[in-house]
Design a protein around this ligand. Structure first.
Ligand code: ADP
Ligand code: ZN
Ligand code: ZN
Length: 677
């Protein structure tokens, strides 16, 4: 008897069996329509079996097996199976996520006809894939710069690697990392391979796309990100799977693109938090990419100016091979970094005399400045001083942020918004005051202080769509702004040749945050944002306003010494037993009442106790952001010094939780290797 084992997108960690008399092994990896409940679903056939655990008379017959696209290859299914296992997520949820939405629904995009261009003969080393014509993989005609010795060594190491090996390419912004990736990719293409390049969400810009496309005019470059139109994304997936695509360039979800000739994976800005998905399948694309490189036995390169401490630790221990680019590619100095002690001076709307003077100087010289403040809106809260009322979100444990640009109060967590009240809702006082400072307020203040300057604000509000974001970038490039006020949006992957000053405001908040990763993130942000300055012939300067001028983090920044910062952080983490010296998973629950969420977690903890070998179970506690969208949230941390022990434990534990009956209204999820606490 022929029984198909089907992965369906339902929150149950099991496969579903269906009868299919007319199918065979070649159907594994195909999409299939099956009856489910009162309706039907589209799933993926992941196995064929002669028997089922279900009684035969209860098995239903499959609907249509969709044979209009090639079956997904075994290594793709294995990748999904790994994610299901590692992240404790039902396989059907993983396969469903890993497919572009259109293919997931059982549809196919219309494919363009193959272009009728003449192709040059393939180099002899090129593998042939049936149905794929060889294309000319020569470089763009423009002369390429001669590589610096360190770049050359890095390219040589990458291209010499014939087997699985993880490289860390460590170099500051402008040190020529991208150039190294492109040279290594060129070698891969010349040998007939495919390359996968992952970049953070915000760094995937048309500029990067065109830089890659311009370098390889003969190659097919496919982009993949969640913002793409359905059909385009599905076409890219099919092109990659068929071997037509030579380079896949994308955000985290691109790690799931099937690539039959994959020879190299690049993860740029590997420390970036956007590689970890914070909902649904909570995967780290960087970690999954490393697994995939191992599976395919190919090299992978992680690049960053400020590697994650996990990665840096592995490079130090020899598990990853460290490739360093110690200087900027275009001969120029690193920006000078200074701290401005704000304890003993009166600030003007949060800005010190030094920073104002430095801004003035840039205006006189016709250069650009950037004031970095990682808080959007006008002010973080609106308050009534006489009675103590403050603008709070009714659904979250958070304040409503004052947005003066469109006169709204807004919750940055749940999206709730309301008009600004004319008077205090509690006492009727009409003199409500904004407290604290966001980018809009800085923008307004700078406009008043420097009336001759063109001030441009760049944050998620002003760059709310990719189109607006591109328009803002274009006007910065065209020199249409003198002073930029921006959040970390501006920190990544953009080249502003006339930018010579970066001022950082309000950075201290992260120094003493409860999250043990906050200093790591702050260092990376300041390093990145500082790296925006002085990239052309003009030297750059970074001024950091702080009340803790002696803090080791700022000292390391001044010395451009990532390694000393990282080593001191690692020493602290070793003592505290934090990652990378331990492995963690977080069980989170949300419910109407906190007691309900904590009760569930306590029950889960009790169920875990007999299973927890070499695993520490902490107590259920409310999350730091304890209410979101009118739901109370709690968390339970589990930790182990051994990843295999943690994995084995999670497998057994989740089996219990998935089969346990849940109180109505309670939702839970597990986050393996959580980044946020
Ligand atoms: P990163 O990715 O580390 O920020 P890039 O590869 O983008 O650095 O290089 C920064 C700038 O220097 C780019 O404009 C690039 O074209 C240029 N560049 C890179 N390598 C060289 C080189 N060997 N010689 C001259 N210019 C280079
Ligand atoms: Zn809210
Ligand atoms: Zn009041």
């Amino acid at each position: 008897m022929n029984i198909l084992r089907v992965a369906l997108d339902v929150p149950l960690p099991r496969l579903f069996d269906y009868l299919a008399p007319n199918s065979d092994e070649s159907d594994i990896g195909r999409r299939v329509d099956v009856p489910f409940g009162k309706g039907s679903k589209t799933g993926i056939i992941v196995g064929l079996s002669a028997e089922s655990e279900q009684p035969e008379n209860r098995l239903k017959a499959v609907g249509a097996i969709l044979r209009d696209m090639p079956a997904l290859p075994p290594d793709w299914l294995a990748l999904c199976e790994f994610c299901a296992r590692y992240y404790q997520t039902p396989l059907g949820e993983v396969t469903s996520f890993a497919l572009p939405p259109m293919l997931r629904r059982g549809k196919l995009p219309r494919m363009p006809k193959a272009p009728a261009v003449a192709v040059s003969p393939a180099p002899s080393s090129r593998d042939t894939v049936p149905g794929v014509e060889a294309r000319d993989m020569t470089f763009a005609a423009t002369a390429l710069p001669a590589l610096l010795p360190a770049q050359q060594a890095a390219v040589a190491a990458l291209t010499a690697a014939r087997e699985f090996q993880t490289f860390l390419l460590h170099g500051v912004t402008g040190s020529g990392k991208t150039e190294v990736y492109l040279r290594a990719i060129a070698e891969v293409l010349a040998g007939g391979g495919q390359a996968l390049m992952l970049v953070p969400e915000i760094a995937l810009t048309p500029q990067l796309e065109s830089r890659v496309a311009a370098r390889f005019p003969g190659a097919q470059v496919v982009c993949a990100n969640s913002g793409m139109a359905d059909a385009a994304r599905a076409r890219g997936f099919l092109d990659a799977q068929a071997g037509r695509a030579d380079i896949v360039l994308g955000t985290r979800l691109a790690v799931f693109m099937p690539l039959p000739r994959l020879r190299l994976i690049v993860v740029d800005e590997e420390h970036d938090a956007s590689f970890k998905q914070q909902e649904g399948l909570r995967y780290s694309a960087r970690d999954v990419a490393i697994w995939r490189a191992q599976q395919r036995n190919i090299p992978i390169v992680l690049g960053s100016a400020t590697p994650s401490l996990e990665t840096f630790h592995h490079a130090g221990g020899g598990r990853y091979r460290l490739l360093e680019l110690p200087e900027r590619a275009v001969a120029e100095d690193m920006p000078s970094v200074r701290v401005v002690d704000t304890r003993r001076q009166k600030l003007q709307e949060g800005l010190s005399a030094e920073l104002l003077g430095a801004l003035e100087l840039r205006l006189e010289r016709g250069e650009q400045s950037l004031v970095f403040l990682n808080r959007r809106g006008y002010a973080p809260v609106l308050a009534c001083p006489p009675c103590g009322w403050i603008s709070r979100c009714r659904r979250c444990a958070a304040n409503l942020v004052l947005h003066l640009a469109d006169r709204r109060l807004r919750c940055h967590h749940c999206g709730f918004e309301a008009a600004i009240p004319r008077a205090c809702p509690d006492c009727g006082n009409v003199d409500l005051l904004p407290f604290g400072r966001g980018t809009q307020r800085l923008e307004a203040m700078l406009g008043e202080r420097f009336p001759q300057a063109r001030v441009l604000r760049i944050d998620r509000d002003s760059a709310s769509t990719p189109k607006k974001w591109q328009a803002l970038l274009a006007s910065i490039h065209d020199g249409e702004a003198d002073i930029l006020v921006g959040t970390q949006m501006l920190a990544k992957g953009h080249d502003f040749p006339r930018l010579t000053l970066v001022g950082a405001v309000g950075a201290d908040a992260a120094l003493f945050a409860a999250d043990f990763r906050a200093p790591e993130r702050l260092f990376a942000q300041l390093m990145q944002v500082g790296g925006r300055s002085g990239r052309a012939a003009l030297p750059g300067e970074v001024l950091i306003q702080t009340e803790h001028p002696q803090h080791p983090l700022y000292r390391a920044l001044q010395a451009h010494d990532y390694a000393s910062f990282a080593l001191s952080q690692l020493a602290e983490r070793r003592i505290a037993g934090f990652p990378p010296f331990s492995f963690q998973a977080m069980l989170r629950a949300e419910a109407r009442e906190m007691a309900q969420a904590l009760d569930f977690l306590a029950t889960a903890r009790a169920a875990a106790e007999p299973l927890a070998a070499e695993v520490t179970l902490y107590d259920p506690v409310p999350m730091r952001m304890q209410r979101l969208m009118a739901l109370e949230r709690g968390q339970l941390l589990v930790e182990s010094l051994s990843r295999p022990a943690l994995q084995a434990f999670l497998g057994k534990w989740m089996e219990r939780l998935y089969t346990q009956k849940m109180p109505a209204g309670l939702r839970w999820h597990l986050d393996v290797d959580p980044l946020e606490f």
